[in-house]
Ligand binder design. Structure first.
Ligand SMILES: [Zn+2]
Ligand SMILES: [Zn+2]
Length: 288
């Protein structure tokens, strides 16, 4: 059995509408697909995308998010005999916005809208937390060039630690996202990863094994060193029984389940025997 629990649609910055994603997943012959549309900071305001240095940060505005949710739920029912569809979300996390996120999920807050449907709250299969931008005002990871590697590593891992402790999330997405920007020999990198795994165990949060970064753009081959989480962190997760959830982070249908064969090969070599998907907020294991 293979589940891809991390795919995006055109409701944010992907280019696939919901049906194309499902048909893409069926074509790949996988048994389950989990929609995890972005839910960015600007979800809380209808004034448009947030900006960094005048550039728009693409995400999902509240109105589009509602359309996504409705379309994905409808498709879940429609295709239930063909493929297991999960309706989830990838929420951008930053320390200090816990309450806003909680309210948005539970009360289904939509600025400027009023319908009884809003009151029901979202019923996600899984809620994934991630950090793509840092600080207030927002900055890109690449701003480490002026802010320093210390800034990047501290801001990023502080945010991930807070995300785990917030109890808002079932899964943390691509937990080592900054490793593509920095020299991994950074002094306390290993220590920060150990703390993250300890917290994952304590708060019972799963990890997204994200296959989107496996291809090394310089040599055009799939490199084990580019796994996210990396080998060291996967070993720590195994030791601490942290559930691993496989996801392609596909923004186009042809990228669904991309690099899964190689990833599963790497994971098996590290001793991983089962993976998980999360349905109705419950972990479900499957053998690999
Ligand atoms: Zn992400
Ligand atoms: Zn994603």
């Amino acid at each position: 059995m293979i589940f891809d629990s991390h795919v995006h649609t055109h409701y944010s910055h992907g280019d696939s509408e919901v049906y194309r994603v499902i048909l893409g997943a069926i074509k790949k012959n996988i048994q389950g697909v989990g929609f995890s549309e972005h839910f960015h900071y600007n979800y809380f305001s209808d004034t448009g995308w947030p900006t960094i240095n005048g550039n728009e940060v693409k995400g999902t505005v509240s109105e589009n998010f509602q359309l996504y949710y409705t379309a994905a739920q409808k498709a879940k029912e429609e295709f239930k005999d063909k493929i297991n569809i999960l309706v989830g979300v990838e929420i951008d996390f930053l320390p200090g916005i816990n309450k806003k996120i909680k309210a948005a999920i539970e009360e289904k807050v939509f600025k400027g809208k009023s319908s009884t449907d809003q009151k029901k709250g979202y019923e996600f299969d899984f809620i994934m937390g991630s950090t793509h931008f840092l600080g207030q005002p927002l900055k890109y990871f690449t701003d480490y060039k002026t802010q320093g590697e210390d800034w990047l590593i501290n801001e990023y891992f502080n945010s991930i630690e807070e995300a785990i402790k917030s109890k808002l999330f079932d899964i943390i997405a691509h937990p080592e996202l900054i490793k593509y920007y920095i020299d991994k020999k950074f002094s306390d990198y290993r220590q920060r990863i150990e703390t993250i795994v300890k917290l994952l165990a304590e708060y019972q949060v799963a990890v997204d094994v994200n296959t989107d970064y496996l291809l090394d753009p310089n040599v055009h081959t799939v490199e084990v060193s580019r796994m996210n989480p990396g080998v060291e962190m996967i070993k720590l997760c195994l030791k601490n029984n942290i559930p691993l959830v496989l996801g392609s982070d596909a923004h186009r249908p042809e990228k669904i389940a991309l690099n899964f064969e190689q990833t599963i090969f790497f994971l098996k070599k590290l001793g991983v025997k089962k993976m998980y998907y999360i349905q109705n907020r419950k972990l479900i294991p499957y053998k690999i």
